[in-house]
Design a binder for this molecule. Structure first.
Ligand code: TXA
Ligand code: MG
Length: 369
């Protein structure tokens, strides 16, 4: 066990507050830090023994490569070679930001970083704490999400503490992550650029802002026999209770009906000695406002031997899925703490941020109602 220090940083933080963590990072220790997507667990990319620690601390499969984080475009040629021209068009628009690109790697990148592949994943995070840490550390920093393997990615410092307390010396607490879902991964090492993991930046954004056509995830399986990001094959993002998706319906009443039926079916098949059954609901505000929870609880309780308890968290989706995306992983952890037996989350339309939200939700979910 080592002491884990949490360094709290508000938006007026001074670089001096981070110096000791940056020095530790440079010399081979692991440091967790906020990015605009999720918290990362950083190690000096050029020290193989530091990179190795990441796999041990997270319990991460060795064949899952890591993303190299940079703060200065001039560092690019240190880590990547044979860089195609479109890379610069894309970086011009989206760096720093929630985008990871895959390029051919240089020999300076240790084999553990790329898990033996001849490519490397690179990202320029857009978060003041991350950027200050990277510039003070003066080296490229590999950083997977700072969770234990199989847990949801951390979007707040307490999530990191929950998973990695006693295992790393520093957690930089920069508050809640802006987006709450991991970066878009775009493979530029192939002839036709392809998105390997959907994120906040979509194929449509790349087409509109950089004028470049990329293959989108929905078309990936049909169109391409390309190995996806190795990490995508592992089960991810799962809380302890089963997760169920409440599908979209144009009719709100029908959707509420589906919610009731879904709960009833789950309860009917639930086999437990316990009397109480906890259900976590993560639903759009308009849904929550359209039914009477007390009435619902009463009618469900009347038809079962369990006593039902609901934990409801709502989000506003008037402007799209941004709020749902930002809160999803936090809500999974909160429901875990509340020891719920079932989690029901509402689906969002599959466009914009909704694409990444539905991708992560579907990976965590067992079935739809
Ligand atoms: O937003 C993010 O990307 C966060 C923050 C901390 O930057 N990081 C993150 O890292 O999500 P991680 O390790 O949880 O996910 C990295 C993903 C994995 O699915 C991995 O397989 C893929 O990137 N990856 C890394 N190197 C690759 C490569 N050379 N080719 C294809 N996929 C790669
Ligand atoms: Mg991860």
């Amino acid at each position: 066990m080592i002491d884990t220090e949490i360094i709290e940083l508000n938006k007026y933080f001074a670089p001096e507050q981070i110096i000791k963590a940056a020095q530790a990072l440079k010399s081979g220790e692991l440091v967790a830090f906020p990015t605009e997507t999720v918290y990362g667990l950083g190690a000096n990319a050029f020290l193989a023994h530091a990179v190795q620690k990441i796999f041990e601390v997270k319990g991460r499969p060795q064949d899952n490569p890591l993303i190299v984080h940079l703060h200065n475009p001039a560092q690019l040629s240190e880590v990547a070679k044979n860089i195609p021209q479109i890379t610069y068009l894309i970086l011009n628009e989206f760096a720093p930001g929630p985008l990871t690109i895959i390029l051919e790697k240089t020999d300076k990148i240790p084999a553990q970083v790329s898990a033996g592949l001849d490519t490397v994943a690179i990202r320029f995070p857009n978060n003041d704490v991350a950027r200050t840490l990277l510039s003070l550390a003066e080296v490229p920093v590999v950083a997977p999400s700072a969770n234990l393997s199989g847990k949801p990615s951390p979007t707040k410092a307490w999530h990191v503490y929950q998973d990695l307390q006693g295992k790393i010396p520093y957690i930089l607490d920069g508050g809640t992550c802006t987006y709450g879902l991991e970066s878009t991964i775009l493979d530029l090492s192939v002839d036709q650029p392809v998105i390997l993991r959907p994120g906040i930046i979509t194929a449509k954004d790349i087409k509109q802002r950089a004028g470049i056509e990329v293959i989108e995830p929905e078309r990936l399986d049909q169109n391409l026999k390309h190995p996806k990001a190795p990490g995508q094959k592992y089960r991810h993002y799962s809380p302890m209770a089963p997760v169920v998706i409440l599908q979209e319906e144009s009719n709100l009443e029908k959707r509420i009906g589906n919610l009731k039926h879904g709960i009833r079916d789950f309860v009917k098949n639930y086999d437990s000695d316990q009397k109480d059954l906890r259900i976590g609901l993560f639903l759009a505000e308009d849904l929550v406002n359209s039914f009477d929870l007390e009435k619902l609880t009463k009618s469900l309780n009347a038809s079962t031997c369990y006593k039902l308890h609901f934990q409801i968290e709502s989000y506003n989706n008037d402007q799209g899925a941004d709020n749902a995306a930002r809160e999803l992983y936090n809500q999974f952890r909160v429901f875990d703490q509340q020891k719920v037996d079932l989690i029901i989350c509402s689906a969002e339309p599959n466009l914009g941020v909704g694409i990444a939200y539905m991708n992560r939700l579907s990976k965590a979910a067992s079935y739809n109602i």
